[in-house]
Design a protein around this ligand. Structure first.
Ligand SMILES: C[S@@+](CC[C@H](N)C(=O)[O-])C[C@H]1O[C@@H](n2cnc3c(N)ncnc32)[C@H](O)[C@@H]1O
Length: 318
C-alpha cells in the first residue's frame, strides 16, 4: 500500500495525507514545518495562535512517529523555542538521540542573545533496532593558505585522510544566500544538509518522507542518493517547482559505487564505513603528516592506481 505514495510529490494537507499512510512503513521522516514567524509563503498564513500552532504540530509529529518503521528515525527542524515543546511530546513515545545544532544565523528576536543556530531533533522509534551510520566531513582549512585550521600538534600522523567524525554541531553547511541558487520560496534548505541526514540514517532504496517538502529539498537529496521519497506540500506552486526539478535530477551522487554528498564538486559528507572503498579513488598525501597542507583529492569515476598516485605526488612535489 505504501507503494502508491512512493516517489511522489503530493499536493495537500500533510495531516490528511499522512493519515492514509500505513503504520511502520517509511524509514525516515524529516519535517521542516512553518516556524510561525509570519514568513511570507505563497499561500500558507504563518501566524497561528501559540496553542493552536502547538496542537497542530503535535498532530503531525504523532503521524510522523506512527508511520516510521521500528528501524527508522524521526527528524524535526525548527527554532529552539518550538523544539523544546516538540521534545516534550516526542519523549512520551520515541527515544531522543540528538539535538543537532546547525550553526546558521537566524532572525534577530528583539532584546535577546543573537540566535545563531537552528535545531534538528533526532529521535528514533526503537534504539535497539535503529539504523545509524557514522559520518565524516572534510578537515577544516584556512581558505587562503589551505592549512588545517585546528592544530593537531603531534597527532597529525593519526588523522583520518578525509576528515573527522561529525559531532552534533554542524558548522560546515551554510544557508542558501544567493538568489541564483534558490527557488521562489522563503525558507528553502540546502540540499547537502538533507543529504547528510539521509546518509546517516538510511541505506539505498530506503523511503524518506517529508510532510512539508516546500520546493523539494528532501526529495531531491533522496533521489540523488538512490533513496525513495514521499513529499507533501499544501501549495500547488511549490509542488510544481519540486516535480519539475525532480524530473531533471538523477540518482548519481557517487564516487565509484559509493553514495556521497557533494557541494560545488567537493565531497562534503561520507559514511565512515565507506572509506575503505572510497580510498581507492583518492589521492592521499604519501606522508600523512602533509595532510596539514595537502588535501585528499578524489577522482570521481576512476580508481587511482598506485603508480598514478605516485606520479601525481611527484608532480605535486616538483
Ligand atoms: C519551512 S517550509 C519547508 C521548506 C522545505 N524544507 C524546502 O527546503 O523547500 C514549510 C512548508 O510547509 C508548507 N505547508 C504549510 N502547511 C502545510 C500543511 N498543512 N500540509 C503540507 N504542507 C504545508 C508550506 O507551503 C511550506 O512550503
Amino acid at each position: 500500500m505504501i507503494d502508491e505514495y512512493v516517489n511522489k510529490i503530493i499536493q495537500g494537507d500533510c495531516l490528511e495525507i499522512m493519515l492514509k499512510i500505513p503504520d511502520n512503513s517509511v524509514d525516515v521522516t524529516f519535517a521542516d514545518p512553518p516556524f510561525n514567524l509570519g514568513k511570507k509563503y505563497n499561500g500558507y498564513k504563518d501566524n497561528k495562535e501559540f496553542n493552536v500552532y502547538l496542537e497542530w504540530c503535535n498532530k503531525w509529529i504523532y503521524e510522523m512517529f506512527r508511520i516510521t518503521k521500528p528501524t527508522g528515525s524521526i527528524f524535526v527542524h525548527n527554532i529552539p523555542k518550538w523544539l523544546t515543546y516538540y521534545s516534550n511530546f516526542l519523549n512520551k513515545a520515541a527515544y531522543f538521540k540528538h539535538w543537532i545544532a546547525w550553526d546558521a544565523q537566524t532572525a534577530p528576536m528583539g532584546k535577546s542573545l543573537q540566535p545563531s543556530h537552528y535545531g534538528i531533533l533526532y529521535y528514533v522509534k526503537n534504539p535497539k533496532e535503529r539504523k545509524f551510520h557514522e559520518i565524516r566531513y572534510p578537515h577544516k582549512r584556512c581558505r587562503k593558505c589551505g592549512y588545517l585550521l585546528k592544530d593537531y600538534g603531534g597527532k597529525k600522523a593519526s588523522l583520518h585522510p578525509f576528515g573527522p567524525l561529525i559531532s552534533d554541531v554542524w558548522t560546515d553547511i551554510h544557508r542558501i544566500k544567493h538568489n541564483k541558487y534558490r527557488d521562489e520560496h522563503p525558507c528553502q534548505l540546502p540540499t547537502h544538509l538533507l543529504e547528510r541526514i539521509i546518509l546517516m540514517s538510511t541505506d539505498e532504496n530506503d523511503i524518506v518522507l517529508d510532510p512539508f517538502v516546500g520546493t523539494g529539498t528532501t526529495a531531491i537529496a533522496a533521489k540523488r542518493l538512490g533513496r525513495k521519497f514521499i513529499g507533501i506540500d499544501i501549495d500547488e506552486k511549490y509542488v510544481n517547482i519540486t516535480r519539475n526539478k525532480l524530473s531533471k535530477e538523477t540518482s548519481n551522487s557517487k564516487v565509484g559505487d559509493v553514495w556521497v554528498s557533494f557541494y560545488l564538486d567537493e565531497i562534503l559528507t561520507i559514511r565512515d564505513k565507506d572509506w575503505v572503498k572510497l580510498a581507492q579513488y583518492s589521492l592521499i598525501p604519501e606522508n600523512i603528516k602533509d595532510i596539514d597542507f595537502i588535501k585528499t583529492k578524489f577522482n570521481k569515476h576512476t580508481r587511482l592506481l598506485k603508480y598514478e598516485k605516485d606520479r601525481v605526488l611527484q608532480i605535486h612535489n616538483e
